[in-house]
Design a protein around this ligand. Structure first.
Ligand SMILES: Cc1ncc(C[n+]2csc(CCOP(=O)(O)OP(=O)(O)O)c2C)c(N)n1
Length: 828
């Protein structure tokens, strides 16, 4: 900090040292003694370190214990600490534009009051008590734009959302009033969303005349779930731009204090901030801190002094600021935006105020916080306090703004159609959403000569690269696979799918835990030099004009990382964007992203995505937690062609499926149940000729057996086991048919396959999963519809509370019984 002091005044070295000593204590502990709560319930602490009577202390105290509490001395990098100290210790060069601040405060409050007056008893999650958020964001956009931001991504929950839609996103207030009228219910029967969740896009004009495109991300009720989605969207938007992307796209997330402290998905997301696979060059986080969560006070919400303390694990600054000092709030907004621009770092602003009404406007807060709300009742709106403090005339603006809102209300109340607040970016134009149509099909085959060339590139590495002997052997085998002298396995099929797509100009992004090597040692996307651990990724070196390939290990997160990739897919429809679970079981850690976004976003918000989930699945005796990716849950979510749920039975099928996802113009999330033990089994390997075939088969027909008496229908690994059992028994009348696509249900293909075996006397659905899991509940009624008079029954494990046994031997016994039963006809 010596530099700061020497810049401030020319002091003798003793005096400078003494000043530094005192200032250092205040830089470190001052925020604890700052006056941060406008209503005075959060009392300043008085750390004994600050009992300093030296002449420097009053100067330091006024800076660090006023209405801004700068919490930054945990930052490891000295340059950053010095930068913050310098900004705190020097007044801004220009006075804040108080007229602009007043007008924004006033607009924010009057908007809420208009809603209150016009729609009594309707929830709106008012911003009153923290209306200063609007001038704060105004300053953040202004400073961000001055550093090059052209787009802003905002994630926020319910509190003040309608206000931000009008005052930051720039939607006309008449649209929000029309939302309250809830016109045209027939247009959203069974779909749509409530008004304080929908997203919005617009344009913000800064004071200096710059234009910033603003995207408010659609948000479910599940607090903080939107955060990783917004980060993924920001990263995709930045990637589209290239090296300038981080300056040009500014991410901002707004949080409630209770949610910031309590929600795990937020902790997962914050951890992504400085990882190269996920960074967005810094995000500005604002805690819209009303010191309450619904009815719960801070002491029952977090074990830390501040709701923001989670952020202290990272080397990022936290600025607590008293929401009733608008000049200080705006100053902090500017510091935050500049800090992000300077250091590509996250920044947290803990904006402390209060909540004027109940949690929503239909709650009575005097029941749970009588003293607080007695005080709030007598507390004037901030614009009145600020007008008095600054001597500015508010009366004329009040009249003008009221008139504007009244006029907008008149327009909004006459609306006959439901307003749409967002517009999809132009890069979505070539793509289709809605229900599947056969015309979307394309050929996904690649001829063997081309595959051979790609295989050669995939197995090359630089001269002098010290390759691990096991990997060397693998690459030699892969080269043989590409040449057609060895069947192609799943690992190679995937590499070929990625390689062909990259050469066709389609970017590929795949992340997950240990994904670069592959949990089952199957991928080896990055080769590691045994001498120096240098990495070489063959998929990045296919050709000079290939598309970008990103295959990354993720942090140990499911919800955060899947949310991120879903968000990425939302702004990169041209790319194949995939997330891989380590074992499929872990996907339930991301359930909120699946339920609230992947499955429902198109129905709720008309927002498409082509994200891919790779979920290792299959019963191999590895216990209750390494067997099932919960196929049944995805099937239960399936409706209105919202998902594709597939389990490719061979390497070539996997290849065609991945390519189909990227090459069809239909964008729809794809859930792939991927193999574990089958990764290297010869039964699931494919010849190169199968890669040249036209396309992915939703139903893999029986090709070996002609005179079929029984059809065993199944999906995944069990089908290969059934075929092996058939061979062992010398059975010549049982067909084994694979359902490689479960949803949308391939009715036409299955009907055709049943018709080919018209003499079959029974159809049996066989699954490894217990009776209450797997595809049984979904498939059997559908097969019955198609089977005509042919009886349909099922073979499965007994219903069970946990997916699988913990004993490998018990598993073997169960599996054997399953196979035996499958070959026991109902006639025996
Ligand atoms: C994951 C989740 N759990 C519970 C809720 C129900 N809920 C809605 S708002 C709220 C309190 C939020 O408090 P805070 O984060 O401080 O935001 P505020 O409403 O005070 O702005 C709760 C518990 C929810 N929406 N999401």
């Amino acid at each position: 900090m010596a530099e700061v002091a020497s810049k401030t005044t020319a002091l003798s070295s003793d005096a400078a040292e003494q000043r530094e000593f005192v200032f250092d204590k205040f830089r470190r502990w001052g925020y604890l003694a700052a006056r941060l709560d406008p209503l005075g319930f959060l009392q300043p602490a008085a750390p004994s370190e600050l009992d300093d009577k030296s002449p420097w202390s009053s100067e330091a105290r006024s800076i660090y214990c006023g209405t801004i509490g700068a919490d930054f001395m945990h930052i490891a990098d000295r340059d950053r600490r010095e930068w913050i100290a310098a900004r705190m210790e020097h007044l801004p060069a220009a006075k804040p534009d108080q007229q602009r601040i007043l007008e924004r405060l006033l607009r924010a409050e009057l908007f809420e009051q208009t809603l209150q007056a016009r729609f009594v008893g309707t929830k709106r999650y008012s911003l009153e008590g923290l209306a200063v958020l609007i001038p704060l964001l105004d300053r953040v956009v202004e400073a961000g734009a001055a550093s090059g931001a052209e787009q802003m991504i905002i994630a926020m929950s319910h509190r003040g959302r309608l206000n931000a839609m009008v005052h930051i996103v720039g939607r006309p207030p008449s649209e929000i009033f029309a939302d309250f009228e809830d016109v045209d219910p027939r247009s959203v029967l069974g779909g749509g969303d409530v008004k304080y969740h929908v997203g919005a896009t617009g344009e913000y004009r800064t004071a200096s005349g710059r234009s910033v495109e603003v995207h408010l991300v659609s948000n479910p009720s599940h607090l903080e779930a939107v955060d990783p989605v917004a980060m993924g969207r920001a990263r995709a938007k930045q990637a589209r731009i290239g090296p300038q992307g981080r300056q040009r796209v500014l991410p901002v997330t707004l949080h409630g204090d209770a949610a910031f402290a309590g929600q795990g998905i937020w902790a997962e997301t914050l951890n992504l901030d400085d990882l190269s696979a996920y960074t967005v060059g810094g995000t500005i986080h604002v805690i819209v801190n009303n010191l309450l969560g619904f009815t719960t006070p801070p002491g029952e919400l977090h074990s830390s002094r501040f709701a923001s303390d989670l952020a202290k694990r990272q080397s990022i600054p936290i600025f607590h600021v008293n929401g009733e000092d608008p000049d200080a709030v705006v100053h902090v907004g500017e510091i935050a935006a500049d800090y992000r621009a300077q250091f590509a770092s996250d920044v947290v602003i803990d904006l402390i105020g209060f909540r004027r009404h109940g949690h929503s406007e239909v709650d009575d807060p005097t029941i749970t916080q009588p003293l607080l709300y007695a005080k709030i009742k007598d507390h004037p709106p901030l614009w009145q306090i600020y007008a008095r403090q600054t001597g500015l005339d508010a009366a004329s603006i009040v009249a003008q703004v009221r008139k504007e809102f009244d006029e907008s209300f008149a327009v909004g109340s006459k609306a006959t159609e439901k307003p749409v607040h967002h517009q999809l970016p132009a890069y979505w134009e070539p793509y289709e959403r809605g229900c599947y149509k056969p015309e979307y099909e394309v050929s996904t085959g690649v001829d063997s000569a081309r595959l051979g060339e790609i295989a050669a590139a995939l197995t090359r590495y630089p001269d002098g690269f010290a390759i691990h002997p096991k990997v060397k052997r693998l690459l030699e085998q892969r080269l043989e696979m590409g040449r057609g002298s060895r069947p192609v396995d799943y690992g190679m099929a995937e590499a070929l799918a990625f390689g062909t797509l990259l050469l066709e100009g389609i970017p590929v992004r795949l992340t997950g835990q240990d994904t670069r090597r592959g949990t089952f040692n199957q991928r080896h996307a990055a080769l590691i030099d045994t001498q120096n651990e240098a990495e070489y990724v063959p998929l990045e070196h296919l050709a000079a004009n290939q598309a970008r390939c990103e295959i990354f290990n993720s942090s140990l997160s499911e919800a955060g990382v899947l949310g991120f990739e879903y968000g990425y897919s939302r702004d990169y429809p041209e790319a194949l964007v995939a997330w891989e679970a380590q074992f499929g079981d872990f996907v339930n850690g991301a359930q909120v992203i699946i339920d609230q976004f992947i499955s429902a976003a198109e129905d709720k918000w008309d927002l498409p995505s082509g994200v891919v989930l790779l979920l290792p699945h299959g019963y191999e005796g590895q216990g209750p937690e390494h067997s099932s990716a919960r196929l049944e849950r995805f099937l239960q979510l399936a409706a209105e062609d919202n998902l594709q749920i597939c389990q490719p039975s061979t390497a070539a099928q996997y290849f065609h499926l991945l390519r189909r996802q990227a090459l069809r113009r239909w964008r729809k999330p794809l859930v792939v149940f991927t193999p574990k033990s089958m990764l290297r089994r010869p039964e699931s390997a494919s010849s190169v000729a199968e890669f040249a075939e036209e396309r992915f088969l939703n139903v893999v027909p029986e090709r070996e057996i002609q005179d079929v008496r029984r059809i065993l229908l199944c999906t995944g690994k069990i089908g290969h086991e059934l075929r092996a059992e058939r061979k062992r028994r010398g059975d010549t009348e049982t067909a084994v048919v694979f359902l490689d696509q479960l949803y949308p249900f391939p009715e036409a293909e299955l009907t055709a396959e049943f018709a080919r075996h018209a003499q079959a006397r029974e159809i049996v659905w066989v699954q490894e999963e217990p009776a209450n899991m797997g595809a049984l509940f979904y498939v059997v009624p559908r097969i019955r519809e198609l089977a005509g008079d042919v009886p349909v029954r099922s073979i499965k494990r007994s219903a069970s509370a946990s997916p699988a046994t913990g004993s490998a031997k018990a598993h073997d016994l169960e599996q054997k019984t399953l196979l035996t039963l499958a070959f026991t006809t109902s006639e025996n």
